[in-house]
Structures are given as structure tokens and as C-alpha cells.
Ligand binder design. Structure first.
Ligand code: ZN
Length: 270
């Protein structure tokens, strides 16, 4: 059956071809895409082209983005959506602001006794409810490897979380998932991390302690680990890994393990 959205997709892709060498250079900087099938790789590239047509990059003074860097950001933004179908998961925002460096922004937190605290915090990224995504270039450029850090995926996970209102660690789940399972599993891992930090404030935690800030950060940080350090996440919180696997409909741990078995460079490097 003829479909307007498919026709428009085909037309946009035909009008904005990506030179194969450019995509290969971007792929080379993104080990977290290693192990995707040729079919997944082609779909990801198409989704990147559509993303770049749909979103506007605003650069602050001190930043110039090359086509390669734009595609590098788009590929990380689109990896989490790869198996989520045609729904417009990044609806409701159009702009990505790229800052030259980390930035200071006002923070507010109401503690358990109801006291409002305000302070200035230094950030590499931010996602505003119904507003832009802000990314600091150094954090963007440090993303892409299997090393438990990915600023782009982190901030865009906040956008997925915000699809059903405030960022609270609960994105819109698929019909084959249960909110009660998600809430129980995420809450118990979040509590575990917080209890660990209460007992040993300076001890090394299994995942970035920033995840203990609030449930929204827990979802963003665990999403970041899911795609960039699935082995660490699955070891620390296997049930959280399983929930994210059901949500993103991907299994990066299987992909990483296959690379570690089959790719000579992975046997020593990761
Ligand atoms: Zn965050």
C-alpha cells in the first residue's frame, strides 16, 4: 500500500545522499556501533539522514561542526531508536545546542524535609522539557567507545523519559512491558546504589554514582551504560539490563561479547 510517510522518507533520503567514505569515517570513531549487521548499519545511516533534516544544530561561538561531526552525533542519537520502529520518539524538540565547553547552570533540589536548595552546577549536557538538548563539545567528542560514557545517549534518554511528562525515570513502555515490573526493578537498583553510597561515600561504585541523583538520572545513566558498557551494567544490575533490553529492543551485551570472541582487536582492547 502506498504510504505518504514512506514516500517522504524515500524522497528525503534520495535528496541527501551520504558519501560512503564519510559514513565509514564516522563509523570508525564509534566502536559502540561495531557488530551491527549490514542491514542495521544501513537503517541507522538512513535514520541519521532523516534526523539531520529534522533537527537544527545551533553552535555557540567557539564551535564549528563539520558534516562528519554532525553525523557522529546523529549516529549516537539514533542508535537507541534503531529497533523502535517509525514512531517519532524525538518529537517535541527541534534544536540541539552545541556549547564549546562545560557550562554552569542553576540547579534546584527539594530535599526530604521540604527545604529547597539552589546552587550552580557544572554540566556537560542538559535536556529541557519541550526545549532543546544542550551538549558540550568535549563531552560529545569523548563519546562513542565502549567505556561507560556517552553524553549524547544520556541526554537523549532524558528526552525519551520526557515523552510522557516530567523526567521521572519512566519512559513510555511498550505494551509487552509492565510498569509495575519496571518501577520495582528500577527502584530497587536505585535504592541499592544510594544505600551503597550512604555507607561508603567515597567508594568506587559499580556504575557512575551520578545515577543515584534521582530516578531520571538513573534511567539516563543506565541507558548510557546499556549502550556503552553493557557488561558492567548487566553484572551490577542484571534485571535493570533486562528491562532496558525490553525497552530498547536491543542486546548490546550480546553484540559486545560476540566482538570479544570474534574480533582480534577486541580481545586485547576492550
Ligand atoms: Zn542527566
Amino acid at each position: 500500500m502506498w504510504s505518504f510517510s514512506q514516500w517522504r522518507r524515500r524522497r528525503t533520503l534520495a535528496r541527501h545522499p551520504v558519501e560512503p567514505g564519510l559514513w565509514q569515517r564516522v563509523r570508525h570513531q564509534l566502536p559502540i556501533l561495531d557488530g551491527l549487521t549490514a542491514e542495521q548499519d544501513a537503517l541507522l545511516l538512513e535514520n541519521c539522514v532523516l534526523f539531520l533534516q529534522d533537527k537544527h544544530f545551533t553552535t555557540l561561538p567557539g564551535v564549528t561542526l563539520s558534516d562528519e561531526q554532525r553525523l557522529f552525533i546523529a549516529a549516537q542519537a539514533q542508535l537507541p531508536l534503531l529497533n523502535l520502529g517509525d514512531l517519532n520518539w524525538y518529537q517535541g524538540f527541534h534544536e540541539l545546542l552545541i556549547y564549546p565547553d562545560d557550562f554552569i547552570s542553576p540547579q534546584r533540589h527539594r530535599d526530604a524535609s521540604g527545604v529547597e536548595h539552589e546552587w550552580e552546577g557544572e554540566h556537560s549536557g542538559e535536556a529541557w522539557l519541550q526545549g532543546p538538548v544542550i551538549l558540550a563539545l568535549p563531552g560529545v567528542l569523548s563519546s562513542g567507545d565502549w567505556d561507560a560514557y556517552n553524553l549524547v545517549i544520556h541526554e537523549l534518554a532524558h528526552k525519551l523519559d520526557m515523552l510522557n511528562g516530567d523526567a521521572n525515570g519512566l519512559p513510555p513502555l511498550h505494551s509487552d512491558m509492565r510498569v509495575s515490573d519496571w518501577a520495582r526493578i528500577m527502584q530497587s537498583a536505585y535504592d541499592d546504589l544510594n544505600q551503597h553510597l550512604d555507607r561508603h561515600p567515597h567508594a568506587k561504585t559499580a556504575i557512575d554514582p551520578y545515577a543515584a541523583e534521582n530516578p531520571a538520572e538513573f534511567f539516563a545513566v543506565t541507558s548510557e551504560y546499556f549502550f556503552s558498557a553493557p557488561d558492567l551494567l548487566a553484572r551490577a544490575y542484571p534485571e535493570v539490563y533486562a528491562q532496558l533490553k525490553a525497552f530498547y529492543r536491543q542486546d548490546p551485551l550480546a553484540r559486545l561479547m560476540a566482538l570479544q570472541v570474534n574480533e582480534p582487536s577486541y580481545k586485547t582492547r576492550h
